[in-house]
Design a protein around this ligand. Sequence first.
Ligand code: AQP
Length: 331
Amino acid sequence: KKIVFSAIKPSGEITLGNYLGALKNWIGLQDEYECFYCIADLHAITVRQEPKDLRRRVLEILAIYIAAGLNHEKSTLFVQSHVPAHSEASWLLTCTANMGELSRMTQYKDKTAKLKENTSISAGLFNYPVLMAADILIYNTNLVPVGVDQKQHVELARDIAQRFNSSYSDTFVLPEAKVSESAAKIMDLQDPTKKMSKSDDNENSYILLLDPPAVIRRKISRAVTDSVGVVNYTDEQPGVKNLINIVCAIQGIKPEAVVAQFEGKGYKDFKEFVAEVIIGELEPVQIKVKELLENKEALAAIYREGAQKASRVATRTLRKMQKKIGLLPLE
Ligand code: AQP
């Protein structure tokens, strides 16, 4: 079986963007591939997190994974920091990556550009793509299902793998990004020229997976559109286009079908429809999340088992890397 790896970082609550761009697409891969789905807590701490929020969110995200349809008997569900091989492999790959390629990563440039002047930037934020390369490579991953914003990082992982393979000898499988079409990039509801992000300061800019129906209705009704007043699927109307994309990603239909449905109708009707589509998708997941969070021991059993399964594979690759580099084995 080919191998799939993907992760979400608990740097905020999961958004509709994370769900449609990533998680929803992971579910269908479980039968065909051997899947490793991780909660990337080490990635979240590249910017400061409140310790108790971070702990709560990791468990919540595990519950969301399961509620959305990931099955721990088919896939390996685990927490990144529970598998030390990620950090160890990351250092080894830090010595393979170079400053130039890391400086060219657009996510790093965007994130640092947003920081206020004189805010110190952690070296972790700069090194983030190397840790991500380690995440992917230690499982011999073939496919990485991600949103389009992460495509560049997967390509970097591939470059680093290739370099390691040619400096030592064939070690890593070369991974490929798998980007879903309609949900590749869900945009910010307040500024549809930038992507929806969980760490945005303005809560109206995103829908959270756990937002109650009333909040979803309110946020969608406030979503920025335009003065055209007609539901069209075009770059000239990025706000409307984004709402159409959301519907398409949820219902698996084409934009033209949504446009046809709203011919002769205004944005109010359209937005009410979009909100109900989102609620219809998220409500059943929310109910299951609540149930799962009532039994924390059962969740702990799942992440413990996941860590064991992941560690077996990851440690094997790590040992291979150490040996090729020339580190003296302990045993
Ligand atoms: N707006 C989006 N549309 C489609 N896919 C998205 N993803 C993120 N935002 C969108 C995909 O979600 C997965 C998990 O992302 P992540 O948590 O690892 O990091 P991120 O891409 O940096 O996500 P955020 O929400 O923007 O987090 P912050 O604000 O903390 O940086 C990835 O597959 C990503 O492509």
